[in-house]
Design a protein around this ligand. Structure first.
Ligand code: CP
Ligand code: NVA
Length: 308
C-alpha cells in the first residue's frame, strides 16, 4: 500500500506564513467555541501517541486535554515504559506506532531523533520540544501576543538569557512572520551560529540585556539550565547571575511591553517575582494558549485545512 508523505511540525519553519496565519485564526475560533462550552469534535475515533523522553507539565496536559476535547484520545508513553529504553531503534518504534495511531507528539533530546522518527512515520509528527526547538511553545506565544496587542509583524521581541531551543524557535518565527528579535546572552551562551545564520536579518545580538530590552514590545526569557544540561547547573548559575529580568530591565522596554516565559519559571533567577507576577506579565494566558494553539495544530495535521 502506498502511503502519502505526511505533513510534520518539527520546526516552525516547516510551515509557511499562510499556514501559521491559518493556525492562529483557527486557534481563535477553537478557543472562542471552547469558552462557550460548545462541543467541537473533528477528531472522534482518532488517537494521538505522546512520547516523552523528558519531563513535562504543560505539554503533557495540553495535548492530552486538547485531544480529548477534540473527540479523540491520547496515549502517554514515557521513555522508561517503552522498549526505547531497552534499545529498540527509533525507526522501528516510528514504523509501529504510526500504523496504530493518527498523529504522534514527541519530546526528546536531539532534533536528529525526531527527524529520524518522522522519516519512518506514516502519520504526522509534532515536535513537543527538542534540544534545538520548541515550536508548539512559539505558536502559543505569538498567538498570545496577537491576542493582547494585534499583529506581531514589525515588532521587537527581546530575548534575555540562554541561546536555547525556545530562543532558536523565536528566530524562525521572526523570519516567517516579519519581526525582530534582540538576543542578549552571557558570553558562551549565544545562539548556535549554524541555527541562527539563516535568520541574521531578523535578529540582533546584544552583550547587555538592558540594551536588548530598549524599546521592545515583548520581553521574554527562559530557565538558565534547560532539560538535559543539568550537569552545567553550577557554571550556568555563575554565568547568568546578572541576567534576571527585573523591573529595571522592563522599564527599558516600551511602557505597554508584555512579559512572557514559557514556564516552568524560577523566581529570583531568570525573572524577578514582581515581573512574572506583575501587570505586564501574560504568562498564564501564554500557558493556557498552548491548549488552544495545539488543538488548531492537531486539527490541521489530521483533518487538513478546515475553514469555518
Ligand atoms: N513550556 C513547556 O513546554 O512546559 P512543560 O515542560 O511543562 O511541558
Ligand atoms: N528551554 C527549556 C524549556 C522548557 C519548557 C528546556 O528545554 O528545558
Amino acid at each position: 500500500m502506498t502511503v502519502a508523505t505526511p505533513k510534520h511540525f518539527l520546526q516552525v519553519s516547516d510551515f509557511t506564513r499562510d499556514e501559521l496565519d491559518h493556525l492562529f485564526a483557527r486557534t481563535r475560533w477553537i478557543k472562542d467555541r471552547f469558552k462557550r462550552y460548545e462541543l467541537y469534535q473533528p477528531l472522534r475515533d482518532r488517537t494521538l501517541a505522546m512520547v516523552f523522553e523528558k519531563a513535562s507539565t504543560r505539554t503533557r496536559v495540553s495535548f492530552e486535554a486538547g485531544m480529548n476535547q477534540l473527540g479523540g484520545i491520547a496515549i502517554n508513553l514515557n521513555r522508561g515504559d517503552t522498549q526505547l529504553s531497552r534499545g529498540e531503534p527509533i525507526e522501528d518504534v516510528a514504523r509501529v506506532i504510526s500504523r496504530m495511531v493518527d498523529v504522534v507528539m514527541i519530546r526528546t533530546f536531539g532534533q536528529d531523533l525526531i527527524e529520524r522518527f518522522a522519516a519512518h512515520s506514516r502519520v504526522p509528527v509534532i515536535n513537543g520540544l527538542t534540544n534545538e526547538y520548541h515550536p508548539c511553545q512559539i505558536l502559543a506565544d505569538v498567538y498570545t501576543y496577537v491576542e493582547h496587542r494585534g499583529s506581531i509583524a514589525g515588532r521587537t521581541v527581546a530575548w534575555v538569557g540562554d541561546g536555547n531551543n525556545v530562543c532558536n524557535t523565536w528566530l524562525q518565527a521572526a523570519a516567517i512572520l516579519g519581526f525582530t528579535v534582540h538576543v542578549a546572552t552571557p558570553s558562551g551562551y549565544a545562539v548556535d551560529a549554524a541555527i541562527a545564520g539563516p535568520y541574521r536579518d531578523h535578529f540582533r545580538a546584544f552583550a547587555d540585556p538592558m540594551e536588548a530590552c530598549r524599546g521592545a514590545d515583548l520581553v521574554t526569557t527562559d530557565v538558565w539550565t534547560s532539560m538535559g544540561f543539568e550537569a552545567e547547573n553550577d557554571a550556568r548559575r555563575r554565568a547568568f547571575a546578572d541576567w534576571m529580568v527585573d523591573a529595571d530591565m522592563m522599564r527599558q522596554a516600551k511602557p505597554d511591553a508584555l512579559f512572557m516565559h514559557c514556564l516552568p519559571a524560577h523566581r529570583g533567577e531568570e525573572v524577578a517575582a514582581d515581573v512574572i507576577d506583575g501587570p505586564q506579565s501574560v504568562v498564564w494566558d501564554e500557558a493556557e494558549n498552548r491548549l488552544h494553539a495545539q488543538k488548531a495544530l492537531l486539527e490541521y495535521l489530521v483533518c487538513g485545512r478546515v475553514d469555518p
